[in-house]
Design a binder for this molecule. Structure first.
Ligand code: C5P
Length: 241
């Protein structure tokens, strides 16, 4: 995979035209991530514009519901032409299998590849204390991530979202089985913003990330194209999974 294909630019900025201008300015970018905020604001109209530009789309809506609802949502996202999407691993094995069934159904119907499903493990806003207080889990974040990853594999899902700090542990336990997508990336020259535990692009790839999600260091940069290029160069010579 080429370096520019490993960078997923998060479209978390405001304004329909501003989003399209950003996409148009990043000629070398292949992947864009649309999350709940801008999907809520602009819906499928924005998806259509992204697909019109031949870009790959990661729809990050983190589905977590009863299996049938997740199945139908994943099927609908597949029909939209999404290339990657997220579900919550806490939804359980049956729910994750239902998501897989939806992609299979889509692939059988259209004879083309459906989206890669990524399961979200423990959100980075959780720590050991609130995992216990709000989720009633008496294990550490790391132990919980590892157990969820076992469930993700059992469900037949091959992708997950994890912080770079967890990536090495996942690679040690599961080898190359998972496509790992990592947020919380900050080049040395960028501001951290609200991200507390950050990793540089080069370190993330060396730790085993397959793709990186990067938002503010690109879209808030004075020159987003230059920022994207700097990141691309930083990871150019690092071998990936
Ligand atoms: O601007 P920044 O690079 O921090 O954006 C990171 C993106 O990754 C945001 O869209 C954020 O919602 C997402 N994300 C994250 N941490 C997670 C899961 C997703 O930062 N654990």
């Amino acid at each position: 995979m080429k370096a520019n294909e490993k960078i997923i630019t998060a479209l978390d900025l405001r304004g329909f035209n501003e989003i399209l201008n950003l996409i148009d300015s990043l000629e070398n970018a292949v992947w864009f991530k649309l999350g709940a905020v801008n999907f809520t604001a602009y819906g499928t109209k924005l998806i259509d514009e992204i697909k019109k530009r031949n870009k790959k789309l990661f729809l990050d809506l983190k589905y977590h519901d009863i299996p049938n609802t997740v199945k139908e949502s994943v099927y609908a996202a597949s029909e939209l032409g999404v290339d990657m999407l997220t579900i919550h691993a806490f939804g359980g094995i049956e729910m994750m299998q239902a998501a897989c069934d939806a992609v299979k159904e889509f692939e059988d119907k259209h004879s083309k590849q459906g989206p890669l499903i990524l399961a979200v493990t423990v959100l980075t806003s959780f720590n050991n204390d609130n995992l216990k207080d709000y989720m009633f889990i008496n294990q550490t974040v790391e132990e919980t991530v590892l157990k969820l990853a076992e469930n993700i594999k059992k469900a037949g899902i091959k992708g997950l979202v994890a912080s770079a700090k967890e990536t090495k542990m996942l690679r040690d336990n599961f080898g190359d089985y998972f496509t790992i997508v990592t947020p919380g990336i900050r080049p040395a020259w960028a501001s951290k913003g609200d991200q507390k535990r950050v990793t540089t692009p080069k370190d993330a790839i060396e730790l085993g990330s397959s793709y990186m999600v990067i938002g503010r260091p690109i879209y808030k940069a004075e020159n987003p194209k230059e920022a994207f290029e700097k990141i691309r160069k930083e990871i150019e010579d690092v071998n990936t999974r």
